[in-house]
Design a protein around this ligand. Sequence first.
Ligand SMILES: [Zn+2]
Length: 234
Amino acid sequence: MLPYADARPLPEYLAWTEQVLAPAGFRPHHALPLVSVCRDELMHPFVEAVTATWGACFDMSSLGGYPLLGRTGLAAALGHAPGLDGRHRLVVHAFTHLGIDDDGAVGLVHRDGVEEPTAACGALVVARQALADGVSGVVLDRHDVEESHLVAQLRGRLGDAAPPDLATVTEMVRDLAVGELDYLVAEATDDHADLEVALLSGVVVHHRHRDLVAVSGAGVRTAAGRVDLLGSAG
Ligand SMILES: [Zn+2]
């Protein structure tokens, strides 16, 4: 099976988000969208598409798509969430990304105006190489905060093991990002009984002229607990 064979075009992903979230009470303009994606301009069409459907997004972005905004950032977003019906709803789109070039090479993508294929996600390629070179991840570089934190998170997951291939590292970072978001959201819902957070996650796969979206996780967390949405639609 091709990697990400079940990935769907951006418009289909957005239509699906509306379909799967409506029964849970999430509707555009009655919920604040948040995006946790890489800073790479390749992710701009994804953010634009989310914005077109869900409205202007609160930006959680950092290199590789790992969220570093912390509880202060999430609290700021919470303060902006619509709440006219007494509930405050956030829809988080947490996506790592990966290029696949014309020859099927994973981790490379052709960009307009650039002759040779370039890395995507470049931050994860660099992090993977650092791990392969034995970087411990215990030192946070204050002049490279996002990348060194990414390496630290991956080292924590891998221990002393050699890094796996880039697609596996990409999934690992998605999982780590979801873990961090789950932690922050659980903390926030403990303090705010009127908060409901939908968390959608996966990988955006870049081909030369189009992006495809592979969804790996979808759930809603409230003060009452977490409900998985992937079993009900998809
Ligand atoms: Zn990237």
